[in-house]
Design a protein around this ligand. Structure first.
Ligand SMILES: Nc1ncnc2c1ncn2[C@@H]1O[C@H](COP(=O)(O)OP(=O)(O)OP(=O)(O)O)[C@@H](O)[C@H]1O
Ligand SMILES: [Mg+2]
Length: 385
């Protein structure tokens, strides 16, 4: 007869994969987990939330969507938007996690797939750390379970020798597990998820046991559009997922908002003050990225060639953050064209031959002629030669 291990897994995982961080260490973390960085917002939402919650959820689906999209609670608490994009996408994603289907977030690079998955797990389970990073070398043990070999050799297979994977822990604790870059994982390893997602069970034949998922368990996977084909998802696995495609920001204004908000957060973490003139530079970086990405100028008049890089929102964020650091350490603290020019060049010119020509043509035909962009043109020319 098969015994279930859920009580074992809940009480004492043989080798905890996430040792609890002392409070002081969390404060000092270079990049705190979402549930720590936004602990106040999560607590306020959970307190104000009187809607029905699915089993083991920290808050209702409505509150999770509000956490992601932002809003003001009846007690006046302001919830900052984490994701800027269509409300419906977030609603579908959250609802999926309350059903027996898993969630697959798909999209081109830098469309916030990882970001959204982390925040969903933080809001729903209060824990975004049950994470498996998908690579070409991800072994089955990372998804199922492994063994503590010292114990295995001395005592043979036993519960104490079992090393629980993040997915196994999520099953036993009724939480959300995350699998990053699912399509990078070799197909036979990916298939380990099929039984987990359809039977909600993880057999451990060596011990004659199984871990049964308790209510509240679900899984969020992310996959990159561009990597499709590296290891395609088998149709058997794909059927276990609801796919939600995250789009590029719809308008320049949305993208400016995303970049400004993230740069502000990152800058605070790095002790860089947001400069008052930063807004103009952010707008220009976003304009350049959007125009080159779409192959068309903002006014729709001039067709452009697109460079080989993705020019994602995530890259725009890092160009501006690096610019702020330059301004802070080597300038007067005010973000100027000269601080972002080198970063833009690095993002645009990936292929030294073809991309450089595309960039130069863009500089001479579009940037040079644009009203109020003279300083930007000069700064870009300086780093381009
Ligand atoms: N629509 C958006 N709303 C809020 N933030 C966004 C949005 N798009 C991008 N970002 C920001 O972009 C950054 C990068 O996002 P993330 O790493 O999640 O992208 P990704 O889709 O996982 O990319 P990759 O495919 O390269 O893994 C995050 O800091 C996130 O804040
Ligand atoms: Mg990602």
């Amino acid at each position: 007869m098969i015994e279930t291990t859920s009580e074992v897994a809940v009480s004492a995982p043989a080798a905890p994969s996430t040792p609890a961080a002392p409070a002081a260490a969390t404060e000092q973390a270079l990049r705190p987990h979402a549930e720590d960085a936004f602990a106040d917002e999560l607590a306020a939402l959970a307190a104000a939330d009187d809607r029905p919650r699915p089993a083991r959820w920290k808050m209702s689906p409505w509150a999770v969507a509000t956490y992601l999209l932002g809003g003001t609670l009846s007690d006046g608490t302001v919830i900052t938007p984490k994701y800027v994009g269509p409300r419906r996408i977030v609603e579908v994603a959250v609802t999926t996690l309350a059903t027996d289907r898993a969630l697959l977030l798909l999209g081109v690079p830098g469309t916030a797939k990882t970001w959204v998955s982390e925040h969903l797990a933080a809001a729903i389970s209060g824990d975004s750390t049950l994470l498996v990073q998908g690579t070409a070398g991800t072994p089955e043990e990372a998804i199922r379970y492994g063994w503590n070999y010292a114990q295995l050799l001395t005592n043979g297979p036993s519960r104490a020798a079992l090393v629980h994977s993040p997915v196994m822990r999520a099953m036993a604790e009724g939480r959300i597990a995350r699998v990053e870059e699912l399509t990078r994982i070799p197909a036979d390893v990916q298939d380990a998820l099929i039984t987990i997602l359809s039977e909600k069970t993880l057999p451990i034949p060596e011990l004659g046991l199984e871990t049964q998922a308790v209510r509240g368990f679900n899984l969020i996977a992310t996959a990159n559009d561009r990597d499709r084909g590296v290891n395609d998802l088998s149709s058997a696995l794909r059927r276990r997922f609801n796919t939600v495609v995250l789009p590029l920001p719809a308008s320049a204004q949305d993208e400016v908002e995303i970049v400004s908000r993230r740069v502000d957060q990152l800058g605070r973490g790095l002790d860089l003050s947001a400069a008052p003139r930063g807004a103009d530079e952010i707008r220009r970086v976003v304009t350049v990225f959007r125009e080159l990405r779409s192959g068309l100028t903002e006014d729709g008049r001039t067709k452009l060639k697109s460079p080989s890089g993705t020019l994602s929102t995530a890259e725009a964020i890092s160009v501006v953050t690096n610019g702020l650091a330059l301004a802070a350490h080597f300038g007067d603290g005010v973000l100027r064209a000269g601080d972002v020019a080198a970063g833009i060049l690095g993002a645009v010119v990936r292929d030294p031959a073809a991309d450089r020509l595309i960039w130069q043509e863009y500089l001479e035909t579009v940037v040079r002629e644009r009203d109020g962009w003279k300083d930007f043109y000069r700064a870009c020319r300086e780093v381009s030669v």
